[in-house]
Design a protein around this ligand. Structure first.
Ligand code: PMP
Length: 286
């Protein structure tokens, strides 16, 4: 069944969902987006995603032509129109059509697009056995150049690192920042467990502040774990007891090796498994 896409305030057939080739989102990656999971027909942590979308837009001086509650309605309408039970929503706001120059004053009509579709999940054995990850040579964008806290349509930094991952037969790559500290993966945040303490790089390390990351930090605190957001280097991962990634698509996924070096005992650890279980409960509303 062709999808119904929310575009210019209406739900249109996928074949009719078209935007201008002069849209600065297309010409320059000038826009912002969100990826949201749908569980049981409901957008998961929708308020958090909407908040981040508007903050990303503010950071690039893009005025979104809808209020937050209109945006929430647009997402919910699109999920319902496509009858998505378990799936994924891509919410996009682009700068709108302009000239071939960079001047945003010559653009008009920012486009709000909502796509709700089914999702291809990572195979279950990756959750059971854990991922092997490599470190990309591509460093994460310097926060003073283009802050990773902005979820912008320009994902080339991550794409280049993802190419390195796939070239090495991995689905994710670790990205370091300009100081050589651990930042995050191409589409996931990273956590380690060391001596019972959960650790993850802070926003200042140059990361996207993941919605799943925040949810998992909350679950860990509920479970009585100490959580530290502090700078870490690759050595900390090599000597960690456990490691896992979080993200909207991946949820919580164990990592068992980095650059060919086994982490912990090479199997998903007890803290990771517990948090994975708690996350499954959270998403199913228990
Ligand atoms: N880092 C990057 C670079 C991302 O693109 C994403 C989202 N796919 C994440 C982390 C995880 O964020 P979230 O939990 O909000 O999906």
């Amino acid at each position: 069944m062709p999808l119904k896409i929310y575009l210019a305030g209406k739900l249109v057939d996928e074949a009719d969902a078209k935007i201008s080739v002069f849209d600065h989102g297309f010409l320059y990656g000038d826009g912002v987006f969100e990826g949201i999971r749908v569980y049981g027909g409901k957008a998961f942590l929708l308020d958090e995603h909407i908040t981040r979308l508007y903050e990303s837009a503010l950071a690039i001086r893009l005025e979104i032509p809808l209020s937050k509650s209109e945006m929430t309605d647009a997402v919910n309408q699109t999920i319902a129109a496509n009858d998505i039970g378990e799936g994924y929503v891509r919410l996009i706001v682009s700068r709108g059509a302009g000239t071939l120059g960079l001047d945003i004053r010559r653009t008009s009509d920012p486009q709000v697009i909502v796509i709700a579709d089914t999702i291809t999940l990572y195979p279950p054995e990756m959750y059971r056995d854990g991922l092997k990850v490599i470190t990309a040579s591509t460093i994460r964008n310097h926060a003073a150049a283009l802050s990773p806290r902005i979820k912008s349509l320009n994902y080339l930094n991550n794409i280049l690192a993802k190419i390195e991952a796939t070239d090495s037969g991995c689905i994710e790559a670790l990205m370091l920042n300009a100081q050589g500290e651990v930042a995050e993966c191409t589409g996931d945040n990273i956590f380690i467990v060391k001596n019972g303490i959960l650790k993850t790089p802070p926003p200042e390390a140059g990361i996207l502040e993941g919605i799943t990351r925040a949810a998992v930090i909350g679950l860990a605190k509920q479970a009585g774990l100490t959580v530290e957001e502090s700078a870490m280097v690759r050595h900390d991962i090599f000597v960690a007891d456990e490691c896992f990634l979080t993200g909207t698509a991946a949820e919580v996924i164990p990592v068992v090796s980095l650059d060919g070096r086994t982490i912990g005992d090479g199997k998903p650890g007890p803290v990771t498994k517990d948090l994975l279980e708690r996350f499954q409960e959270l998403k199913s509303g228990r």
